[in-house]
Design a protein around this ligand. Structure first.
Ligand code: HEM
Length: 420
């Protein structure tokens, strides 16, 4: 290694840690297609929201007390009323936790719409789904921390689900809770998961998700197969107009900053004027094991899966409704992981250019919205003359049929050229 007198701080660093090479690999020579739209900004918006969640989480953890006798007041009194601007950090954290799921769903459905999960991009998809599962665990463990009525009863219902595992179910429930009932050890271990273990794993998986983009590069609006090396050559030789790619920085990120700016206006509007949508009124009552709330439901982003859990409300061929619901719930949780397997066609194009797939896509979206709406309604209610339970049942069946039956059939036909 030859060290010469440096011309400045950057040159000094470059000689020691190859800063220029690193910046080339990560940003200035990392190529992004030109023909993409605002939906490709969702990944960077998610990264921003994740950073915001971590930062506001650090602020909250300075006053939060993970003890069932102190937790509720440490949030509702100390943070919300006593600490200066504590309410603001809490509202930013709670609204970001809710909005992050909205953006995750848009990001995921964008990937489905444009077929960005196949032909070399399978690992991007799989690491993305892993992020979805981890974010769900992070949100659930965080929801427990204020130890309000919904925190307590959601913990009760969700930990109880593990009791459905054959033979070892009861032991697993006790192991997860650290006690026979949801109690202090349960709160402290979920606190550990929320502020320590899960964030570390999440950061690692976000890094893996970025890495998986490296070789296949991001997809584009038309699904065109771009030769990134040839196009990068064009760009570097000065023919930036005809090159089909731009560098990650400044080209792509500069535009993303604009989208982040628009998004932040919307985000802080919610934080300042509509923060209540991210806070359940029942959770402003301290957790009480002796008083079950009349109607227990999860946050909006878990409702579709919760409705699948409730979808089977009658026994079938001697199998208990509860167990069937539980299996359906577990399968739904991981079903989208295998999207690249159900889609038998290797056509990478936007859904509006694939007629069968286009219809399938919107049916799935509508079905998940119906599941979400009915997940919030009481199961014994009636809508348009039909019982909510039956609507839940049919929407659940539709979800599985669309994914496991209809998609393989239409994509096989597409492959054979029978449908466009
Ligand atoms: C919160 C966690 C996540 C972060 C921070 C994140 C971040 C990103 C970023 C920065 C990109 C590149 C730009 C873009 O297309 O937006 C990207 C692409 C992608 N992500 Fe995520 N993502 C997350 C979750 C997910 C989830 C849940 C999925 C669904 C399975 C997913 C699937 C994909 C796919 C398939 C692409 C490639 C898109 C393409 O090729 O056009 N990601 N992600």
């Amino acid at each position: 290694m030859h060290i010469r007198k440096s011309t400045g701080v950057l040159d000094w660093l470059d000689q020691r840690i190859a800063l220029n090479k690193l910046m080339k690999v990560l940003v200035s020579e990392y190529w992004i297609p030109k023909n993409i739209n605002f939906l490709w900004a969702m990944g960077v918006i998610l990264t921003t929201l994740f950073a915001l969640l971590i930062f506001t989480g650090f602020m909250l953890v300075m006053y939060y007390k993970p003890d069932i006798n102190l937790a509720f007041d440490s949030v509702n009194l100390t943070i919300m009323k006593e600490v200066e601007y504590g309410w603001l950090w809490r509202h930013i954290h709670a609204v970001a936790a809710s909005v992050v799921f909205l953006i995750i769903y848009i990001h995921t459905f964008t990937a489905i719409y444009y077929g960005s999960y196949k032909k070399g991009r399978e690992m991007i998809w799989v690491s993305g789904m892993l992020l979805f599962i981890l974010f769900s665990a992070e949100a659930f463990s965080g929801y427990m921390l204020p130890w309000g009525q919904m925190s307590y009863w959601a913990a009760m219902v969700i930990t109880n689900l593990f009791g459905g595992i054959p033979v070892i179910g009861d032991a697993v429930v006790e192991w997860i809770r650290g006690d026979y009932a949801v109690s202090d050890p349960t709160l402290t271990r979920f606190f550990m998961l929320h502020v320590c273990l899960l964030p570390i794993v999440l950061i690692a998986v976000v890094a893996i998700h970025f890495y998986t983009l490296r070789v296949p590069h991001v997809n584009n609006e038309t699904g065109e197969e771009i030769d990134f090396e040839v196009e990068a050559e064009k760009y570097l030789s000065g023919d930036t107009k005809n090159a089909k790619v731009i560098p990650f920085w400044p080209g792509f990120l500069a535009k993303d900053f604009m989208y982040i700016g628009f998004f932040m206006i919307f985000f802080f509007y919610l934080v300042c004027f509509h923060f209540n949508f991210a806070m359940d009124p029942i959770n402003f009552e301290p957790g009480n094991p002796l008083k079950t709330p009349p109607h227990i439901y999860p946050e909006w982003y878990f409702l579709w899966q919760y409705e699948i859990l409730r979808g089977f409300f009658f026994d079938i061929f001697g199998f208990k409704a509860y167990n069937i619901g539980l299996i359906a719930f577990a399968i739904a949780g991981v079903a989208l992981f295998f999207m690249p397997l159900y889609d038998r066609s290797d056509v990478v194009a936007p859904a509006h250019e694939r007629k069968g797939f286009f219809v399938w896509f919107w049916l799935l979206v509508v079905d998940m919205i119906v599941l979400t709406i009915f997940g919030k309604l009481p199961a014994d209610g009636v809508t348009l003359g039909i019982s909510n339970s039956w609507i839940g049942f049919y929407s659940t069946i539709t979800f599985f049929v669309l994914l496991f039956v209809v998609l393989p059939i239409i994509t096989t036909l597409e492959k054979k050229g029978a449908v466009k």
